[in-house]
Design a protein around this ligand. Sequence first.
Ligand SMILES: [Mn+2]
Length: 319
Amino acid sequence: MNFTLIKDFANILRKEKSVAVICHIRPDGDAIGSAVALYLGLNSINIKAEVFCDDNIPQKFNFLESVGDIKREFKGEFSAIISVDSADITRVGDFAGTFDRHKNTFNLDHHVSNNRYAKYNFVLDLASNAENVFALLKELKVNITKEIANLLLMGVMTDTGGFKHKNVTEETLKTASELIKYGADNTLIYYNCFTKQTKQRAKLFALTMSKIRYFLDQRFVVISIFKKDLQETGATPDETEGFIDFIMGIDGVEVGASVMQMEENKYKISFRGKETDVNAVAQAFGGGGHVLASGCQIYGEYEEVIDKICYAVKVNIRD
Ligand SMILES: [Mn+2]
């Protein structure tokens, strides 16, 4: 059953006695914020809830205490299971089987591509799923505590890149404004989700940016991260997140690439474009993604790899 009104979805959910809340693997701030806020909200109105994720929770989200309530192993009997922020049930990892076997399932999401895999589905294309959870909690008459407000604002802020992405609407900001009224701390969230980093990452950042390479009349910029750079600095591969966004801020740059050495002669490449279709660039190497953000893997010597991507960018770069 697909709902268009959150009220109708809420009216079914409120009859449940016990609910398992699950979110997707490789959880981000919106998955975690949505799931934990919903779990706290349901418990506060005497629906026994637990929250699960079939993956490790990145340490940076632990600044909100209730994030520690997420359980890695699915255990217990529940009258319903609800998935949040998951466009497809395969996104929840090994919990997919348990979900599919359960007779009473709910799906609350904001991805346009959501394939309505549950018995009860509510999908609304907002900037973050936290906004859908907020609407649901208000409909359930949940008292919005400071912790719930922080979890939801974390979802809104992480899915909008701290309100800088194109998906931000008047509604998004109204929601954020309301959450701040309930005590959410935007400074705390921004610091922990966006600014805070390890010393190792700062060192890798400096090393990487000291070796920036420019091609195609400086319109194509490349950064490279080698295994030895990680060893030298002690940083981990996932800590390179955000590096490519930094180089896209360089004036005059149209396309950016981050070339990460996976093994000897094996490189993982991420592309960003300001207007160039970098999906087409990545597809030339069997990869893909979105028009302005894509990725692929290429085997070969480092300089060969650079030559190949330069050519593919040259063919596709927007004049
Ligand atoms: Mn999301």
